[in-house]
Design a protein around this ligand. Sequence first.
Ligand code: AMP
Ligand code: MG
Length: 335
Amino acid sequence: MTQPESNGGGHVLPTPAEHLSSPRTRAVLRVQQRLLAAAREYLVGEQGCMELLPPIIGPVTDPGARGAKQVDIDYYGRTYKLMTSGILYKQAALLGFDRIVNVAPNVRLEPLETASTRRHLAEFHQLDVEIAHASRDEVMDLAEGLLKHVVRAVVDDRAAELELLSRDVAALKEVVNGGFDRRRHADVVAQVRAGGYEQSPDAEIDWHAEASVSEQAVRPFFITDYPKGSRGFYDRESETEPGVLRNFDLIVPEGYGEIASGSEREWDYRRIMTRLRETGENPAKYDWYLDMVRAGIPASAGFGIGVERLTRYLTGVDEVWQASAFPKVPGVFSA
Ligand code: AMP
Ligand code: MG
């Protein structure tokens, strides 16, 4: 009845009864519950965000989840998608409210090899934030404030759980001891390449390189300015540096890696059409979104934090599936 520490590359999961009756799982989920409450205290209570319930299905979804397959459903004879992320609806939500947050389920059929990264699920949740008229730096400040608030709440109110899980609380407390560095993608690539690793300058920092920069850090930090082509069409391109996106990832230390991605967004109809075509998307599929954009949406910036990845970091569990009550690991047939 004991929960395995590692599922050996994602291939054996405990039954729901084994998983949920484990004191470790219950401690992890109590940390997750405090995380979610703290995020709402900060975002809704202090930052004036409006919480909306996110949609789960729609005619199109985020095409930016590279390598992951989307899931089709038969919607009264039309093919609809399960959300891989709520980005299109986050932009839409700003037509009603200037500052929004939602906790959204995402389904991504990630490639089978991700079963052994310890950080990929086929179903996970994002804590999604979008702020009208904000700049990238403003939402990075918001993400930093949010993470510090969540860490303080968990360290203060879930001390017994962290002890049961043998989490190194001193390492966690480092989060609040200073500002988060901001490093450009090109500089991180140069650093990784100087260490002898062949990281492509035109792509996301790959998992191996990300793990090593994360291990070297003592505090979370941002990587900014990813190259166009590495991200979805909705991340805004710099006006002064063509080919560079006004976006960021938030990396946590101790090897846990990326927990959030965010950006300033494209809002101009013509630029969005160009970017859609550049990424090989068929604009005809996006009719509701493009009609909305043509009529006018606000400029914005926002981010999405993976709830299970953040829970894993806070609790120090080996694998991200341990941070889910009902885990779905890519390729593994579980409840
Ligand atoms: P993305 O915009 O694709 O980077 O997704 C935003 C955040 O969601 C990431 O920074 C992760 O924290 C989380 N995330 C993305 N894909 C997965 C996955 N397959 N399993 C668990 N968390 C994920
Ligand atoms: Mg990302």
